[in-house]
Design a protein around this ligand. Structure first.
Ligand code: AMP
Length: 216
C-alpha cells in the first residue's frame, strides 16, 4: 500500500505516519527527517538544505525528488510506504507519479489532515521531539506528553524544539504550505485517491478513522 500524508506543517502527519507504519509494517519516509539527519551529519545535501529549512522555505525540488525516488526503490518498500512531507509541490507530485508509473504503480491513498491555521500555531509552539529516536511529544496534548517533562520516555534524551517550530518560522511555513502544497489536494482529488480527515480528532480516534479508510 502506497500512502501519502498531506496536510499543513503541524497537522499531525508525522505522528499518524509513524503509527500507520507500525500497524501496516511498511516504512515511514519523512523527507524532513531525512534532511535533518543530513544536517546533523553535515553532508553536502544537509548543508544545502539547512539554509532553506531555517527560514521556513522549501528545499528545491531538484534536491528532493531524486532522493525520494531512490528511497522508495529500496527493498523495504516492496510492500508499500508512507510518505510524510512529500510531495509538497505539484512538480514533486508529478515526479512521484512518473517514478511509480515506470513500474506500473501509483499512489493508492492520500490522507489529507485538515486543521485551521490558528490550531497549527498553537500546536507547533508545544511540539517537542527526541533528537535520538525522533519520537514526537507535546507540552500540552495529554496523549503526547512525556512521562517526565522534557525527557524522552524511550531513551531518556532531553527533548528539543525544532528551530523551524519557532513562531516566526511557523507563519512562513504556513504561507508556503497554502501557496505551494495545498494545490496537491485538488491534484490527488482529481486522481480519485484523496480522503480528508479532521486533524483535530484525538489521536486514537484519528488513527481508527484512517485505518478504516485504508482497509476499505
Ligand atoms: P517537515 O519535517 O516535513 O515539516 O519538514 C521540515 C522542512 O524540511 C520543511 O519546512 C522544508 O524546508 C523541508 N522539506 C521537507 N520535505 C520537503 C519537500 N518534500 N520539499 C521541499 N522541502 C521539504
Amino acid at each position: 500500500m502506497k500512502i501519502v500524508m498531506l496536510g499543513a506543517p503541524g497537522a499531525g502527519k508525522g505522528t499518524m505516519a509513524s503509527r500507520l507504519s507500525a500497524h501496516y509494517n511498511i516504512p515511514h519516509i519523512s523527507t524532513g527527517d531525512i534532511f535533518r539527519e543530513n544536517i546533523k551529519n553535515q553532508t553536502e545535501l544537509g548543508k544545502k538544505a539547512k539554509a532553506f529549512m531555517d527560514e521556513g522555505a522549501l528545499v528545491p525540488d531538484e534536491l528532493t525528488c531524486d532522493l525520494v525516488a531512490d528511497r522508495i526503490r529500496k527493498a523495504d518498500c516492496k510492500e508499500g510506504f508512507i510518505l510524510d512531507g512529500f510531495p509538497r509541490t505539484i512538480p514533486q507530485a508529478e515526479a512521484l507519479t512518473k517514478e511509480l508509473s515506470k513500474t506500473d504503480e501509483k499512489v493508492d491513498h492520500v490522507i489529507n489532515l485538515e486543521i485551521s491555521d490558528e490550531d497549527i500555531v498553537e500546536r507547533m509552539s508545544g511540539r517537542r521531539s527526541c533528537p535520538k529516536c525522533k519520537r514526537i511529544y507535546h507540552t500540552v496534548t495529554p496523549s503526547l506528553k512525556p512521562k517526565t517533562d522534557g525527557i524522552c520516555d524511550d531513551d531518556g534524551e532531553t527533548l528539543v524544539q525544532r528551530e523551524d517550530d519557532k513562531p516566526e518560522v511557523v507563519l512562513k511555513r504556513l504561507s508556503v504550505y497554502h501557496e505551494q502544497t495545498e494545490p496537491l489536494v485538488d491534484y490527488y482529488r482529481n486522481l480519485g485517491v484523496l480522503d480528508s480527515v479532521s486533524g483535530k480528532n484525538a489521536i486514537d480516534e484519528e488513527f481508527d478513522l484512517i485505518t478504516k479508510i485504508l482497509d476499505k
